[in-house]
Design a protein. Sequence first.
Length: 739
Amino acid sequence: MTIYVDKNLFHLQTRNSSYLFQIMANGELGQLYYGHRIHHKSAYHNLAQREQHDAMASWTLDQPDFQPEMLKQEYASLGKGDFRYPAYQVQAPDGSRISELVYQDYQITQGKQRLPHLPSTFANDPQTAQTLSITLMDAVTHLQVQLNYTIFPKFDVLIRSAAFKNQGIHSLMLKQAASCQLDLPDAHYDWLQFSGAWARECQLQRHHLHCGQQATSSLRGASSHQANPAMILARPDTTENTGEAIGFNLIYSGNFANQIDVDQFQTTRIITGINPEDFTWQLKPQSSFQTPEAVISYTNQGLNHLSQQLGAFYQQHLVNQHFAQQLRPILINNWEATYFDFDETKLLKICRQAQKIGIELFVLDDGWFGQRDDDTTSLGDWFVNQRKFPHGIDHFAQKVHDLGLQFGLWFEPEMISQASRLYQQHPDWVVGAPHRHLTPSRNQFVLDMTRTDVVQYLYEQISAIIEQTHLDYIKWDMNRNLTEIYSTQLPPVQQQEFNHRYILGVYHLYELLTTKFPQVLFESCASGGGRFDLGMMYYAPQAWVSDNTDAITRLKIQYGTSYNYPLAMMGAHISAVPNDQTGRITPLATRAAVAYFGDLGYELDITKLSSPELQTLKKQIQFYKKYRQLFQFGKFYRLLSPFAGDPNLVSWQVVNSQQTVAIVGYYRILNEPNPPYRRLYLQGLDPNRIYQINDLEENFYGDELMHAGLFIPRLLHSTMHVEQTADFNAQLFLLRALS
Ligand code: GLA
């Protein structure tokens, strides 16, 4: 890993990638190259070359061949003849929106500092990262911009962000502040993005880039179910196991935009960051604005490798280190078991049963507080519901702990119900615009998280409950998006700061709680995957992937999520049938075979199960515990995609780091009469080892399984807790190396 600086040239070289940019003739920064690692030279004239074109603006009269529209820029401004999406926009007091960011100097530091007030990457050991900061300045407005780049030797990952500082004497208005811009020299890419909806998150879309603008974004106040901040550009022939791909993601949970602009010369500009729509930031003299960080990652070894690289990187440089490598507990959550209809006695029955079958954590979901018996009341009243817990929540927690189970609680800190004590006391804490009615969603409203008194109130309330109950785990939910965005605390000129300030408030509360209670494991949730992003991952090492617990639709959701997030982040539960979201009846074994690949949990009333069913659960739990390290932290390979090829067949695999144990999940959704002949090609095995699979008599070399494949019989059966059913069939192959 090296950062080379040669006069005007900056070359950030990781194990397999090179990122190159230079100071151009006008003093601004120009992008030269991002891709497979190349040798370092002191100049790359070839990469900097451009031709003069007609009908195009030039920089000055005496520089006719310096045409901004022809240039690959590093952080493009608006209104100086570039005409593509800019990376930032700033308005001067006279109304002008023109600026020129001219190079001043650079600094290289060993290591990577965390960003203040924002989730960010870090390097606990300074030897594991190197950071380059470039300072740029606009001479007219005195706007200073620092572009920050960090590389990590073990990973082909680049972290970028920008910090703005007003060095002048007049206030400036920042109207856009991207985290990252990347200008690529061609447009021969497929764009992989992860759109979705509630209960249908992360549905991979793969399309060839087309001329013009294309984007995914959120204006919901959260990263959203509808568009995940992650995206990938892959060459059209890139597969899971071969080819070039560049991954992008943001360490951010609020409104974002990923904009792609394919211009008239078929070059591609990518801009990622806070959504410029409904965003401004007042930069008073000497004040600063820091953008969230963007993650960029390169591979020429296919999409599986890209995902594995990112997952390993996050575990080391983003996730709360207290939990990063820690095995996640097997939990039972009472939501789908009881919904709001429970009391202490009913829950303790579930807990006792859970303890008997080996479950480790009991999570008490929505409805334990205030007067809450349905979703119309009590959000904000974070004190115990006396009717359900007459002896107090501490008493109940003690009972759970006495059983040897950990105890977890659900909170929805950012929300308020009109029918709540909090609303009576602080109606002014609700987000709402003057003279406009409030738009309800799930009967609830949003607290103004830009206010320090709101954050302080929540911190105190939640802290008290954590202390009373000796809490081990918190599920932090967020069940609606933001409307009537406005804060009574902000002057009119700063109202468009609301969205970003809101999410800073959320992060602040997370920061306070995770600092005071480092032992509490947080799981983030927003009606399932409505805020499944890297900003949340920094505080909450796991997240609820989807409210949809149906094993068959989960195949797509988990498959799509796996492109950008590691298995250890994905909460996956086994629930009852018929499934509450789809009505589908799937075998218990299939539900398990899907939920194993993540942080396993149960979400059904286990007191209603028959004793053979309970025995099955017990076996599932024993099996999962034995291979938990593999399921949560193993190398994950996608084998057969529900988004391409035959959507009836899905397969994936995990392998341990020594390549001695692997587990393959193979799912056949509907039975087919007289099906085609099929072999499954495995990945990531040691070609020279011999593997035993389940109880098959024949043993196999790794190379044989990867290249010749494993025959998949028509009648799927196995000794591995899999029932023989026609539809919704799943099979697990457990591979153990014999040599
Ligand atoms: C959201 C969550 C669910 C559950 C309910 C409770 O929908 O995603 O898992 O916690 O809220 O109201």
